[in-house]
Design a protein around this ligand. Structure first.
Ligand code: ADP
Length: 391
């Protein structure tokens, strides 16, 4: 096979952009730029093989028909194959799991001069000799003037072990939070009994201290609930109990409840929806509550909050607007990540939180096939909105 100088350069940049590739760019550049044999001549194939052999990640070279032209040492080792039984066969023959292979093959066949690569395609494959594997795949088509000699470089990262560890960690967190719930509920019940007892004895000091303990237990309970939600969101176990719901009513009820608890803000409602929507009512209420808590918490010097409901492009949009300090541009995407809190001067005196509320809200909205976003101007306030399908 013949590689042009351009093709070699493309290969080099592809191979070196692979994060875990251990081949030093220096070695590659030396070989490509200074080794005259590689740079200019036709017997480059062996050199390319040598280069991909030195890479720790499995790499395949395919032709346009997806026949394997070459497989590096890492590939042969990880997939427990011999060169003879690998080179020359079609990619499809590597695995038993045809629907999954079908997906990869479709993507590979779509590669063209205009869209010549894809990255981080996660696939779960069942291999004949090594069983189930989760892999991240990068592919890059390298084109020549003569179309028939186009090749595809496939680099594969086996993330089976990483996935397993993540799963174990999530399961552990799920288990611990679940197990902690029972003693906390029982302790709360005992505290209530004691509170009742001391109301009768009139022991003010004990009443005061028990109220403190009850408050802390409540806080712990809320923390555990947040962790449970995060765990469910991460493991895709956020089951929805969908039912037909009047969003106008849900908003009215929730706003009324908040209006009782806040003495600082007036919450108004704008807009109305003329149809029912199919949602998990309690989870969407949770999202709205979260946005209202934040709107109140992060705008202590303002007096107004507006909840808006309208329909747009066959979607229902619910927004909560506050007139607080706003969120700096560079933090506007990050606040939806786990544990992120803005550390700006304009927010430093506000109530403590875990930075989980918006993450959980995003996952709930996503489970409804909707989106949650923010528009905010520093000094003017923020509007958090989420969309839901309108039926
Ligand atoms: P928490 O409020 O517990 O910190 P959230 O996930 O609800 O967690 O919010 C993440 C961060 O986003 C907050 O710490 C705060 O810095 C910022 N934020 C959220 N809502 C608002 C708002 N309405 N106005 C200004 N900042 C906000």
């Amino acid at each position: 096979m013949i590689y042009t100088r351009r093709a070699l350069k493309e290969m080099k940049s592809f191979l070196t952009s692979e994060p875990a590739a251990t081949l030093s760019p220096w070695v590659i550049s030396r070989r490509l730029l200074y080794d005259d044999k590689i740079a200019g001549r036709v017997e480059q194939y062996n050199h390319i093989e040598a280069i991909i052999d030195a890479i720790h990640e499995p790499v395949l070279i395919l032709d346009k028909e997806l026949t394997i032209q070459s497989a590096n040492k890492a590939f042969l080792k990880i997939f427990r194959r011999t060169k003879e039984k690998t080179c020359g066969i079609n990619l499809e023959e590597l695995t038993d799991d045809s629907p999954q292979v079908g997906n990869l093959i479709k993507k590979l066949k779509k590669l063209s001069r205009n869209k010549s690569y894809f990255e981080e395609l996660e696939l779960n494959y069942k291999f004949k000799n090594i069983g189930n594997r989760t892999m991240l795949i990068n592919a890059k088509q390298i084109s020549y003037d003569n179309k028939n000699s186009d090749i595809i470089l496939l680099s594969i990262r086996d993330i089976t072990q990483r996935k397993l560890i993540e799963q174990q960690k999530d399961d552990f967190v799920g288990y611990v939070t679940h197990e902690l719930k029972t003693p906390i509920t029982t302790s709360s019940a005992f505290i209530q009994l004691l509170q009742g007892y001391h109301e009768k004895t009139g022991d003010k000091k004990s009443q005061f201290l028990l109220a403190k303990v009850a408050g802390e237990l409540e806080r712990l309970n809320k923390l555990l609930n947040s962790f449970t939600h995060v765990y469910k969101a991460q493991t895709g176990k956020l089951d929805l109990n969908k039912e037909s719901c009047d969003l106008n009513e849900l908003i009215r009820e929730t706003v009324e409840m908040f209006q009782y608890t806040t003495t600082t803000h007036t919450i108004s409602i704008e807009g109305e929806l003329k149809k029912l929507v199919s949602i998990d009512k309690e989870r969407i209420r949770q999202v709205l509550i979260n946005l209202l808590i934040n709107a109140i918490k992060y705008s202590p010097d303002a007096e107004t909050i507006v909840v808006m409901l309208h329909e747009e492009n066959k979607k229902v949009i619910l927004s909560v607007q506050d007139f607080g300090p706003g969120i700096p541009k560079d933090a506007q995407l990050k606040i939806f990540e786990r544990f992120f809190r803005v550390k700006e001067d304009n927010q430093k005196n506000y109530a403590k939180g875990l930075g989980l509320g918006l993450y959980i809200a995003t996952e709930i909205v996503r489970a409804h096939k909707g989106k949650l976003w923010v528009e905010s101007t520093v000094g003017k306030g923020s509007t958090f909105s989420f969309s839901l399908p309108n039926s």
